[in-house]
Design a protein around this ligand. Structure first.
Ligand code: NDP
Length: 249
């Protein structure tokens, strides 16, 4: 897909690994200035900045916990001060702490809700004013197929991902009049560190349920996000784009 985002500034949360890294690389390839956040993978962040700058992409890396509202505000301020605008925000950072509810600790619930759902709230809240003032912007929030289907052992994660859908549709209604779109990409199972943790039996049962009979690549998720961030989708807002190989229809 040919997308031209020259002159645009993109901020991706959780950009050092997996889907986030593919997003950062795809936006750079499309010509955007790219800022990304990460929590602890300092070496991976430094290597990514170096490789993007070698390719001529102006890049900003920002370390912090997405669950911290002050850090989110500081990151958005850093982006607008450095690049002069924030055109695209992708809330991608996310974690799992799986377990049956009977055995799920309060920390497992809080960590997942704070990172996945509150993290999305934090960055959207911080981006609200700059995007409202510039009367343009695209926000893409990363949910998951389990946000609509549910999944045993993932009550915390599914709740956070379903929450992102309701949150995003509400924000789409708030910001529509300001020419800011808010959409969701809901991946199925993607080949990343997160799914590398699955045991073989779970992996096989997932593949049995996917009509396309394979996991997604991170690049395929990035393509869907790029479409929702690009001018070609300017009249799409409040949409949930399922990218799951037919796992849920
Ligand atoms: P990875 O575990 O591969 O990468 C997660 C990224 O998020 C890392 O860059 C990590 O930074 C960052 N991150 C995690 N927690 C925080 C935090 N508290 N503050 C800041 N950054 C943080 O994840 P995936 O690429 O697999 O997943 C990306 C998104 O896609 C998530 O929202 C996930 O729920 C969703 N998704 C993934 C699917 C899959 O099959 N993989 C399926 C459906 C949805 P660091 O390295 O520094 O920790």
């Amino acid at each position: 897909m040919q997308v031209d985002l020259h002159g645009s500034t993109v901020l991706v949360t959780g950009g050092t690994r997996g889907i986030g890294r593919a997003l950062v690389e795809a936006f750079a390839e499309a010509g955007a200035h790219v800022a990304f956040t990460f929590r602890s993978s300092t070496d991976a962040a430094a290597a990514l900045v170096e490789s993007l700058e070698e390719q001529g992409t102006e890049t900003l890396s920002l370390q912090g916990d997405v669950a911290d509202l002050d850090a989110a505000q500081a990151h958005v301020n850093a982006v607008t001060e450095h690049f002069g605008s924030l055109d695209v925000l992708v809330n991608n950072a996310g974690i799992t702490r799986d377990g049956l509810l009977l055995r799920m600790g309060e920390d497992d619930w809080d960590d997942v809700i704070d990172t996945n759902l509150k993290g999305t709230f934090n960055f959207c809240k911080a981006a609200y004013m700059p995007m409202m003032r510039q009367q343009s912007g695209s926000i893409v929030n990363i949910s998951s197929v389990v946000g609509t289907t549910g999944n045993a052992g993932q009550t915390n994660y599914a709740a956070s991902k379903a929450g992102i859908v309701g949150f995003s549709k509400s924000l789409a209604k708030e910001l529509g009049g300001r020419n800011v779109t808010v959409n969701v990409v809901a991946p199925g199972y993607v080949q990343t560190d997160m799914t590398d943790e699955l045991d073989e039996e779970t992996r096989d049962s997932i593949l049995d349920a996917v009509p396309l009979d394979r996991l997604a690549t991170t690049e395929e998720i990035a393509e869907a996000v790029l479409f929702l961030a690009a001018p070609a989708s300017d009249y799409i807002t409040g949409h949930v784009l399922q990218v799951n190989g037919g796992l849920s229809m």
